[in-house]
Design a protein around this ligand. Structure first.
Ligand SMILES: N[C@@H](CCC(=O)N[C@@H](CS)C(=O)NCC(=O)O)C(=O)O
Length: 209
C-alpha cells in the first residue's frame, strides 16, 4: 500500500490520478501547502524542502516527475509509459523533465516570487518574468504536441495526466495565460479532465475548479 502526502491544489493531485489509473491501493496522508502551517514530520524527514508530492512505497521519494517514472516502471503492465525499448521513451523523459524544470519553474516565479528575490522590491519583476515564461514554455509544449492525439502520440500516458495537472495551475487572476492560448494543450487537458479517475480526484469538469 502506497502512502501519498497530499493537499488539494498541489502536485500530489496528479500523482493521485496516476495511482488511480494504475489501480494500486494507496493511502492519503493529509499535508498542506499553506506557508503558515507545519508539514507532517514524516514528510519533512523524506523531503526537507517541505513540498509535496512525497510518496512512500518500497522506497520513499519526492519530485513529481521522478514519482511518475517510478510508479509507471513499477506497474508497467498497465502501460502508462513507453518502455525503454520503445521509440517514444526519449520524448516521454524529455517532456516530464521539461514540465518539471521549465514549466513548473515558470509557475514558481509567479507563486513563490520570494524564492527568486532577496527583497520584496524584486517580487514584481519575478512575477512578470514568470508570466512571460509561462507563455514561452507552454508554447513550446503546444508546438511539440502538434496534431498528436495525446502528448506522446497515439497512446494515452502518464504525461497527459501531468499536463492536465499543470493546466489547473493556470490562473487568470494571477495574470497567467489562459489554456485556450495553447489549443493542443487545451484539447488534451479537456480529454484528461473527463476521465473517471480525474473526475474522482478533481471533481467534474462541469463544476468550476
Ligand atoms: N519540483 C517539485 C515541486 C513541488 C511543489 O512545488 N509543490 C508545491 C505544491 S504544488 C508545494 O508543496 N508547495 C509548498 C511548499 O513549497 O512549501 C515537484 O515537482 O514535485
Amino acid at each position: 500500500m502506497y502512502k501519498l502526502f497530499y493537499a488539494e491544489g498541489s502536485a500530489s493531485m496528479g500523482i493521485r490520478v496516476l495511482l488511480e489509473e494504475l489501480r494500486v491501493p494507496y493511502e492519503l496522508i493529509k499535508s498542506t501547502i499553506d506557508m503558515d502551517k507545519p508539514r507532517p514530520s514524516e514528510q519533512i524527514e523524506i523531503n526537507p524542502n517541505g513540498w509535496i508530492p512525497v510518496l512512500i512505497g518500497d522506497e520513499s521519494i519526492y519530485e513529481a516527475a521522478a514519482i511518475t517514472i517510478y510508479l509507471c516502471d513499477k506497474h508497467s503492465s498497465v502501460s502508462l509509459a513507453p518502455k525503454p525499448e520503445q521509440d517514444t521513451r526519449g520524448l516521454y523523459l524529455q517532456t516530464l523533465v521539461y514540465f518539471s524544470n521549465s514549466v513548473q519553474n515558470a509557475f514558481q516565479l509567479t507563486y513563490y516570487p520570494d524564492r527568486f528575490s532577496h527583497n520584496t522590491d524584486g517580487f514584481e519583476s519575478a512575477i512578470k518574468r514568470g508570466i512571460s515564461r509561462l507563455y514561452e514554455t507552454w508554447k513550446v509544449v503546444d508546438d511539440q504536441i502538434g496534431k498528436n492525439v495525446w502528448v506522446l502520440g497515439d497512446e494515452f500516458s502518464a504525461v497527459d495526466i501531468y499536463l492536465f495537472m499543470l493546466t489547473t495551475w493556470l490562473k487568470q487572476s494571477k495574470g497567467h495565460p489562459p489554456v485556450q492560448d495553447f489549443p493542443n494543450v487545451a484539447r488534451i487537458a479537456a480529454k484528461v479532465a473527463s476521465r473517471p479517475t480525474t473526475e474522482k480526484v478533481y471533481g467534474s469538469p462541469r463544476n468550476s475548479r
